[in-house]
Design a protein around this ligand. Structure first.
Ligand code: 7TS
Length: 442
């Protein structure tokens, strides 16, 4: 869809003077045609905020916006193809089933899984990690074993392992992070002794640091461990190839990669998944049931009990098509450029007390920047930015142990995606300057 087909040039009802339309147009002036087209693909970005500002959405690490193609796929499914899957013999049900399974194949190709049945639909990253914890974990861990994770983890890749350790008697260990949030690997081989599972985030949602999986995965395998990667912040933002990385499990959420909420996936190597007991049980995950016993369905359905989230899976397939067409190399490069620009621009605020956390070098991080401004509480800062139309997250970002370790009560966090531009960074800077004035910082 071209920028000219989108309503960015129209007058908004709540924008009679055309100021917001002008601001949106202005935000595109320095952009390439490709960027302008991407912005136009996301209807929400053409809507002014309730205060009549241009929406500057810098919270994609929490959840991304959705392109028209994904919204249309959802509506199209419900209007044309809606039926339950894997059971009806009529044409409509067959069509729904085909689309649902085609979406799985798209996700498999997107992360380069060797087999489509290695993709299990889940609600989100959190459920995918819990699936491994309850199924693989309870079957494989016991006293004397260890689980190795890191100090950077989102609660979703920490709490399940705490619970598993408590249930099985396994020990939970941590790879340390330094003051910049970079993992310290000096004692990795010592830490790996007796470890059966390494559970690690590829990209930190709080400070954006990227874990060196190419170093960690082979050493974990050499120590006899399987590796689970929390890819919630990486699959949406960079090319991820599960075979090249040689990870055993990988978890991601659809809503962070232009797809709907309520759908995510677990990738698992077929041999591992085959050997695992089911997680949830009931309809669809069975082959044969008697009053006494049950035999289980084949992969991937063995892990998909009950009616699946059919429409959202299909729409996630549309999101994958969209990202593939844009190109994940382009997405990564775009975010790297934008992050470098933002880090550079934010320096101007250092005299007013701006502190930026995480790796200094944009090449070492994804498009996530956590910061504080003087002694303004992150929530107050986010509220002031919101008045200016700039959406950032504030708080502990579901990484409370990391915040405590670093001594940060809370941070504000700007996170970028394919639809953000330098004009968004400029808007952030302008809003931060306003906040500094309100709080009379230097
Ligand atoms: N892992 C990481 C690294 C995450 O960033 C998140 C969500 C999750 C797991 C959980 O994803 P879910 O889809 O299962 O909820 N992160 C964030 C965030 O940074 N702000 O809001 C949600």
């Amino acid at each position: 869809m071209s920028v000219h087909q989108q309503p960015v040039h129209r007058q908004f009802e709540s924008d009679p003077a055309g100021a917001v339309a002008e601001a949106i147009r202005g935000s595109m002036i320095d952009e390439t045609p490709k960027q302008a087209r991407i912005i136009a693909d996301f209807p929400i970005l053409a809507k002014p905020t309730s205060r009549g500002k241009r929406l500057v959405y810098l919270d994609s690490a929490a959840s991304s916006q959705k392109p028209r193609a994904v919204i249309d796929a959802l509506v199209h499914y419900y209007e044309n193809d809606n039926a339950n899957i894997h059971r009806g013999v009529y044409e409509l049900a067959a069509r729904a089933t085909d689309q649902f399974e085609a979406a799985r194949a798209k996700v498999a190709r997107f992360v380069n899984a060797a087999h489509t049945e290695e993709i299990i639909w889940t609600r989100n990253t959190t459920e995918a990690i819990n699936l491994v914890s309850f199924s693989w974990g309870l079957a494989n861990l016991g006293p004397g074993d260890a689980i190795l994770t890191t100090q950077l983890e989102h609660h979703s890749n920490l709490v399940p392992w705490q619970l598993l350790a408590a249930k099985t008697g396994a020990e939970l260990r941590f790879i340390r992070a330094d003051a910049q949030g970079v993992l310290v690997l000096d004692d990795l081989d010592t830490l790996l002794a007796g470890v059966k599972l390494v559970a690690i985030t590829y990209v930190s949602n709080t400070i954006g640091s990227i874990a060196p999986l190419e170093t960690i995965v082979p050493r974990a395998h050499a120590a006899g461990a399987v590796v689970l990667v929390d890819a919630a912040q990486s699959v949406p933002h960079m090319p991820v190839d599960v075979q090249a990385l040689d990870v055993d499990f990988l978890a991601a959420s659809g809503h962070k990669m232009c797809g709907p909420t309520g759908i995510g996936f677990l990738y698992g190597k077929r041999a591992l998944l085959d050997a695992m007991p089911p997680f949830l049980t009931g309809g669809d995950m069975i082959k044969r049931v008697s009053y006494e016993t049950t035999s289980y369905n084949e992969l991937p359905w063995k892990f998909e009990a009950g009616t699946s989230n059919i429409a959202d899976a299909i729409a996630l397939g549309a999101a994958v098509d969209y990202l593939t067409e844009i190109g994940m190399d382009w997405v990564r490069d775009h975010e790297r450029r934008l992050t470098a620009y933002a880090l550079e621009q934010l320096r101007a605020l250092e005299p007013r007390g701006l502190a930026v956390y995480g790796p200094r070098n944009a090449g070492d991080r994804a498009g996530v920047i956590s910061f504080n401004l003087g002694d303004i509480h992150a929530h107050d800062l986010a509220s002031i930015l919101d008045i200016e139309g700039v959406c950032v997250r504030a708080g502990h970002h579901c990484t409370m142990p990391l915040m405590e370790k670093m001594g940060w009560p809370a941070t504000a966090r700007a996170s970028f995606y394919l639809y953000n531009t330098e004009a968004d960074v400029d808007a952030l800077l302008e809003a931060l300057n306003k906040a500094a004035e309100i709080f009379r910082l230097a």
